[in-house]
Structure formats: C-alpha cells, structure tokens
Write a protein that binds this ligand. Structure first.
Ligand SMILES: *Cc1c(COP(=O)(O)O)cnc(C)c1O
Length: 443
C-alpha cells in the first residue's frame, strides 16, 4: 500500500469541523466517537487493500452521520415481526396490550404504591392485586408472581423438594432452551431426581412404584413445550397423577410452560396439581414473569422462602401483569390471543391489503404458508398463515434488517415472506415506507 494514502485521510478535528457535522444537532461526543470509528475503519481498509483510494470528504461525512445516528439510539429497540411466530423468544415474546403498556409507563415515570397499603398507612404486599386477579381468573386458592417461569420452577423445587426425591418421567427431562434443563435445575434446587418410565412411555404405575419404594416424596410433571413425541407413546395424565398424589399424601407439582386463563389445560392443572407454574409472556400475553398458582398453604411457603426475595418480580413487569390480567377479566383480547386466534380468511384479507400497498413499489404476491405459535406453545402444530412474498429476497432482507426499525421476515424458496399474523397496527405503513426508501436508494 502507498503510505501517502493514509496521510490523505483528513484529521479527525478537521472532519468534525465540516459544517454538515459541526452544525448537526447530535451530541458532540457521539459525533466524535463515530468519526474516530469511521477513520479507523478507513485506515484498516486501506492497509488491507480492501479500499484502493481515500474516500472524499462528503462520503466520510455521510458515513460519520449514519454511524452517529445509529450510536445515538439505544441498541435495544423495536423491530417489526413479520416472521409469523407469535411468541418469538428472540424478539421479546409477547407484545403488550395498550392498557399494559400504559400501566408500565405510569409505574416507570413516578412513584407508586408498589408495597404500600394506602388505607391502612402501612407497608403492603408487592403483587397482592395481581395475585388476587390470578386467583379469581383461575380458581386457584393462592398465587405468586416471580421474575420468570425458570425462577418459578427453581423456587418450587427449592422450597418444597430440597433433600427429597422427585419423581419425573424420562420423557420430561427436557431442555427448555437457553440452557434451562430440567435435571440441572432439579439438582441445583437440592432435590433428588427419581427418573421413572422411559422416553416414549411412562405409566401411572411407574410413578406409584417410585412412591411405594420411598424413593420419591413428590411428583413433577413438565410440559414438553418445544418438541413432540409421536408414534408408540404414553404418558400419565394430570388427573391420573393427581389421584396418585392424593392417595399417597404427596404434592404434585406441574410446570405448564405456557397457559391462558380459562383454557382446559390450565383448569385441569389447577384442579389436580398442588402447585402449577407458567410464563407471563407466553400464552398469557403479558410481561416476562413466572406465575405460580396452587393451594394456599403451599403458595404461602413459597412466598416466605428467602429465595422468593431474590426472584421477585420488578415493578414495571408487575404493572404490566396486573393490566394484562385486567384485560383477561374484562374479556379484552390481549395481542397474543388475537394473533393466535386470527382466522385464515382474515389473514388472507390482510395479506391482500398489504400486497395492494406494496405492489406499486415492488411487484409481489400473496402466498399461503405455515406459521407457528412459538414460545413452546403447541409445538409441531402448523398454523395456517398468509404472507406477502417479495423479491429480490436476500437484497431486501439485508436492507430491511438495517432500517432504523428493522423488518424481519423469512426467506423461503427465493422469496422474502412477510407473514401478516404478527404485524401490529401501523407496521404495514412502515414496510411500505421502507420499500419506498429502498427504491429511492436503488433508482
Ligand atoms: C418457557 C418454559 C420455561 C421457562 O420460562 P421463562 O418464563 O422463559 O423463564 C420453563 N418451563 C417450560 C415447560 C417452558 O415452556
């Protein structure tokens, strides 16, 4: 490389003094950080031969401004979910209802009666109102909300099963994701794993053998959230396990993973298990939280366990949770329920409306495809889905991902599919604006 080239790069101060940069309202430290990074990148590219000549000042200026704008925004931000996966763990799972989002804003901006009993002028209990709602919505005697469902499972086992044998089916010794493995969490809680049955078949008699031999003092049922066993299979139902637990006078614990108030699955679990837990941000459609439901004395033991303090729910999540539960009480569909229950005909009509809006900008088609609930709800069950198919797929996907509000679709058979099930109000307009910007860039 010609060393002259490096010397031709402008000094950082001179670059920053150019009017377009000096007069730009972004904070100076951000502009300086961006200028340093752009110049460093140029120097490296020149040395490595990736760049043959020094970019002109306008080009450098533009690069600095683009980077400075990106650096001035938080890295964590909104994206448009056009994947069709409603409970996408990597995209923050459940979008909150308007009521829940407003409750978060209120709790965030000022002080709140988080742990204050106003009429009685004394300390109150965090989460009491949400817990009351959980009981009335589900028929459970007691309820407790913690940080997330992983915390709920850990609290359940630590507080109720430490030092004791817990019978669990070999078919339920699963990894939920993100390194959360049932056998590991059980070991960490101080409980002893008593494996019963086989991977594909576990009968009630397998559990009773573990209870009768004295090896197990508790029963645990874990919902196989993210996979499905098909073929020659059998498992013990909650009513069967509940009857067994009652006959032996031992508790039955159940990690449901995901649950919606009023669903037969949750009603059955509350009826038969002594304690049930599930996530706040899966089918419930609320914030990250772990919901524990069960018999009152058992929930009281969980609440008074020292771990409960370490695993407690934060005030913003609690505000969102209470508002989400009020939505359920009032019969107002939370966004997750509305998305999951959208009828194919309605989805098709929405896909056609989106195509009409996008077609003048980029020729596209409406296609029928298969979506999924995600978040460990109904694995392997395809949801009938409708999408708008765009091309050139890779080029558009790259462009969409670099937008200030990135748009995430799915490439399938050479087309970029934008599934309308997971689009929120206003997303269609933003997709059209992105396509307009893309045309502006390429024409
Ligand atoms: C999702 C899930 C968890 C973990 O819940 P988080 O709220 O993500 O902590 C635990 N158990 C089961 C069965 C699950 O599906």
């Amino acid at each position: 490389m010609n060393p002259e080239l490096l010397r031709r790069l402008p000094k950082m101060d001179l670059l920053l003094a150019r009017p377009a940069l000096a007069e730009h309202p972004l904070p100076y430290p951000v502009k300086r950080q961006a200028a340093r990074q752009v110049l460093d990148d140029c120097r490296r590219a020149l040395r490595e031969g990736a760049l043959a000549s020094v970019p002109g000042p306008e080009e450098l200026e533009g690069a600095v401004l683009r980077l400075a704008e990106r650096l001035s925004r938080p890295a964590l931000g909104r994206v448009i979910n056009a994947t069709g996966i409603v409970l996408h763990t990597n995209l923050g799972r459940a979008p909150l209802s308007r009521r829940a989002a407003e409750a978060v804003g209120q709790a965030a901006r000022g002080y709140s009666n988080l742990e204050y009993d106003l009429p009685n002028r004394r300390r109150g209990r965090r989460g009491e109102a949400a817990e009351g709602l959980l009981c009335s919505l589900t028929g459970a005697e007691g309820a407790l909300a913690v940080n997330n469902n992983a915390a709920a499972v850990f609290l359940l086992l630590s507080a109720l099963a430490a030092g004791q044998g817990v019978a669990i089916s070999r078919g339920e010794l699963v990894e939920i994701g993100g390194g959360f493995r049932v056998p590991d969490i059980l070991a960490r809680s101080g409980a002893r794993l008593v494996e019963v049955g086989t991977t594909n078949k576990t009968r009630p008699a397998d559990y009773s053998a573990a209870l009768e031999s004295g090896a197990a003092r508790l029963l645990l049922k874990v919902h196989p959230s993210n996979f499905r066993v098909v073929g020659f299979t059998q498992s013990a139902s909650l009513p069967e396990l509940g009857a067994l637990a009652r006959a032996h006078g031992v508790p039955l614990l159940c990690d449901l993973g995901a649950a919606a108030p009023g669903s037969p699955e949750l009603e059955e679990a509350v009826a038969w298990a002594d304690a049930v837990c599930f996530s706040g941000d899966k089918l419930l459609g609320g914030p990250q939280a772990g919901i524990l439901l069960g018999r009152a004395p058992l929930i009281d033991r969980l609440r008074s366990d020292p771990l409960a303090r370490a695993l407690r729910i934060d005030k913003l999540s609690l505000a969102a949770l209470e508002a989400t539960l009020l939505d359920w009480r009032d019969g107002a569909a939370v966004p997750v329920s509305a998305m999951l229950s959208a009828e194919p005909a309605e989805l098709r009509a929405r896909a056609e409306a989106l195509r009409e809006a996008l077609n003048p900008l980029c020729p596209c088609d409406v296609v029928e495809t298969a979506g999924e609930a995600g978040g460990g709800a109904n694995p392997g069950e395809a949801l009938p889905a409708w999408a708008v198919a765009l091309s050139p797929a890779e080029v558009l996907d790259d462009f969409f991902r670099r937008r200030p509000v990135p748009i995430l679709g799915r490439i399938h058979r050479g087309k970029l599919l934008l599934d309308v099930r997971t689009l929120l109000p206003g997303d269609g307009g933003e997709i059209a604006a992105a396509l307009r910007a893309w045309r502006g860039d390429t024409l």
